[in-house]
Design a protein around this ligand. Structure first.
Ligand code: NAD
Ligand code: TYD
Length: 349
């Protein structure tokens, strides 16, 4: 039985990945290591929590002795590393927690793998990263795997540092690694501080829809389950030492997405046409706001045969339906300390 450590499995993408692996590979044993920060929620995994090939461990990837003991006791064959601080706005307010989790935490995991994997055959350290490490594009062009790194937010800088560490462990110690850099994900179970779930939640509650700047920044959106499928493909077929870009071939200006959401949700909520659009509020721009991200995922398509399965309109509809059907999930996680953060953030504007 292959033993796989997935870090950050209680978060948005991690929970989709854990579900996919637990259900698809009964002969793999999945250990989900997660600190359950504000972004981690075991409710995301209730459907698989009793599966015989799954266990959850609460712990912090920056805790060196804890991580080393975990590796010694479990004899993992592979790591798929997703645990991170993931929100750019938070990284602007508190960069050091990003340095700690994303850089130090990745270093601790790499070191534990290096120490414990005395025989490197059939081992893999898979590092899940973001396209934001490549910086910001102008009107044209795409990020490829050879685009030079140019991170501009504390979040992307911390992810870039972690990517470099992973590759350094490969070159220096022969650690078998693979890295993927993905565009913006959307789908169910995303914490409602990121653009799509925040806007959906605010439309439901008729709260202002805070569009940063003029709303002209562009992101490339990918259905989260397609990201999980890509990780599955790269985990099994990716070449050691290689990097794969993952993207949706699906660019949108923020303001166009917000308008689209408003139109769809007016219908779903039986509101008059144009009612939700009245909530759009242009607010101060994000500091250092990257203009455009766009991924060229041709390498992954051509070499490993992956492509996105879902059209954006269909994925958006499924996402909205999920948030409408799971309002208690949203209200539970947006109360308490998160509510305080949210109120502070938006009262400042
Ligand atoms: P998320 O914020 O939803 O989840 C992160 C998870 O990591 C949470 O469950 C949290 O509890 C856990 N975690 C945080 N700090 C930890 C620590 N010190 N020790 C152990 N666990 C800890 O993030 P996400 O959106 O699911 O992103 C997952 C990964 O994918 C991240 O590495 C992120 O950089 C990358 N990524 C995200 C996107 C996106 O659009 N969300 C796109 C590309 C890449
Ligand atoms: P976000 O979901 O935070 O992802 P990222 O910054 O990692 O791409 O933001 C997506 C885009 O939406 C980004 O250009 C910032 C913008 N945005 C808003 O305009 N308003 C908001 O309230 C949020 C959270 C984001």
């Amino acid at each position: 039985m292959k033993k796989i450590l997935i870090t950050g499995g209680a978060g948005f993408i991690g929970s989709h990945l854990v579900r996919l692996f637990v259900n698809k590979y009964p002969d793999y044993f999945i250990t989900n290591l997660d600190a359950l920060t504000y972004a981690g929620n075991l409710e995301n995994l209730t459907d698989i929590e009793n599966s015989p090939n799954y266990t959850f461990v609460k712990g912090d990837i920056t805790d060196e002795s804890f991580v080393e003991t975990l590796f010694e006791e479990n004899k993992f064959d592979a790591v798929i590393h997703l645990a991170a601080e993931s929100h750019v706005d938070r990284s602007i307010l508190d960069p050091m927690s990003f340095v700690k989790t994303n850089v130090l935490g990745t270093g601790v995991l790499l070191n534990a793998a290096k120490k414990n994997w005395t025989n490197l055959s059939n081992k893999l350290f898979y590092h899940v990263s973001t396209d934001e490490v490549y910086g910001s594009l102008g009107e044209v062009g795409f990020f490829t795997e050879t685009t030079p790194y140019d991170p501009r937010s504390p979040y992307s800088a911390s992810k870039a540092a972690s990517d470099h560490l992973v590759r350094a462990y490969h070159h220096t110690y022969n650690l078998p690694v693979v890295v993927s850099n993905c565009s913006n994900n959307y789908g169910s179970h995303q914490f409602p501080e990121k653009l799509l779930p925040l806007m959906i939640n605010n439309i439901v509650h008729s709260k202002p829809l805070p569009v940063y700047g003029k709303g002209e920044n562009v992101r490339d959106w990918l259905w989260v389950e397609d990201h999980a499928r890509a990780i599955d493909v790269i985990f099994h077929k990716g070449i050691i030492g290689e990097t794969y870009n993952i993207g949706g071939f699906n660019e949108w200006k923020n303001i166009d997405i917000v308008h689209l959401l408003c139109r769809i949700m007016d219908k779903k909520l039986n509101r008059a046409e144009g009612e939700s659009e009245k909530l759009i509020t242009y607010v101060k721009d994000r500091a250092g706001h990257d203009k455009r991200y766009a991924i060229d995922a041709t390498k992954l398509e051509n070499e490993l045969g992956w492509s996105p399965s879902l059209q954006f309109e269909e994925g958006l509809d499924k996402t909205i339906e999920w948030y409408l059907a799971n309002e208690t999930w949203v209200s539970r996680i947006t109360s308490g300390s998160y509510k305080q953060y949210y109120d502070q953030q938006y009262s400042k504007r």
